[in-house]
Structure formats: structure tokens, C-alpha cells
Write a protein that binds this ligand. Structure first.
Ligand SMILES: [Zn+2]
Length: 157
């Protein structure tokens, strides 16, 4: 039952997000929260179930690739949400979109691996690069349309 679904948030994560990962600002926190809600939407739409079923039948690298498409779609949905918030409430502040774009950059797999002093290994990516995360967030924000977030049919992420 959807009404029983819960989002569990570790709010202690917001401090390292800002201090160690360099993704500060209220909208960076919103990015993290709404990204999780977007997974719930994917679940309700049946997308997560299908994608995760396929993931069990393919190689690790292919499974990671599907994970990247799931995550980038969640970022795109988050962009749709940001657009809707602005349209409905007009509450986006100057700099909010820049904070979201910076958060997307800081939590990209390539940036995380590089900042951890590791070699960047694309086949291990599960969330997408900084550039991809920024691109899909921006796509959702600019279009406001679920159909524009079809990362599964996209030739280029
Ligand atoms: Zn995610």
C-alpha cells in the first residue's frame, strides 16, 4: 500500500555532503531527499521492478549500466520536481539550481572515485558521471515531462 511506504533519511549525511563533498546549500539537501522520492515514483511506475529483474540476469558490468540508467532517471525526475515547485509555489531561490547542479557534480561516480584517490573505472559506475547527472537533472528541469526522462532508450547518457 503506497500510503505505508516510508522514506528513511539519514539527516547526518547532510553535514559530510556539505563539508567533505562540497555540496552545500538547502537545495543540495533537497537534491538528495527528492532523488530518493524519485526512486519511489519509479517503483510505483513499475520501472524499478522491471529493471532490477533484468539486473539479476546479466553480467556485473551490464547490471551496473542498468543501475546508472535508473539513477539518472531519478535525477531527471528530480528536475521535473524542481520545475513543478517553481511553477506551483515560486519558491526556488536564486542559486538553488546552481546548488543542485553542483550537488550532481559532487556525487558523480567519476568525481567520487577521483576524490577518493582511486582510478576512475567506468565499468564500476552505478550512478553515472558528474556530467551525466547534471545533464539528466537539467533535462527534467527544462522539459518538465516524464517522457523526456527515458534513460533506458537513450543512446547517449
Ligand atoms: Zn539513487
Amino acid at each position: 500500500m503506497p500510503s505505508r511506504e516510508k522514506v528513511v533519511l539519514d539527516t547526518a549525511f547532510f553535514t559530510p555532503l556539505e563539508r567533505q563533498m562540497g555540496a552545500g546549500g538547502d537545495f543540495a539537501a533537497a537534491y538528495v531527499v527528492v532523488h530518493e522520492i524519485a526512486h519511489h515514483v519509479q517503483n510505483e511506475l513499475g520501472i524499478l521492478g522491471q529493471a532490477n529483474l533484468i539486473r539479476t540476469k546479466v553480467s556485473q558490468a551490464e547490471s551496473n549500466g542498468i543501475s546508472v540508467r535508473i539513477e539518472l532517471q531519478a535525477d531527471c525526475y528530480l528536475g521535473i520536481w524542481a520545475r513543478a515547485v517553481q511553477a506551483k509555489f515560486g519558491t526556488l531561490e536564486r542559486g538553488d539550481i546552481a546548488e543542485a547542479m553542483n550537488a550532481a557534480k559532487q556525487i558523480g561516480d567519476d568525481t567520487l572515485q577521483r576524490n577518493a584517490g582511486r582510478t576512475v573505472q567506468p565499468h564500476t559506475f552505478t550512478h553515472g558521471t558528474s556530467a551525466q547527472r547534471q545533464r539528466w537533472f537539467a533535462r527534467g528541469f527544462e522539459s518538465g515531462q516524464l517522457e523526456s526522462c527515458d534513460t533506458f532508450s537513450a543512446r547517449q547518457l
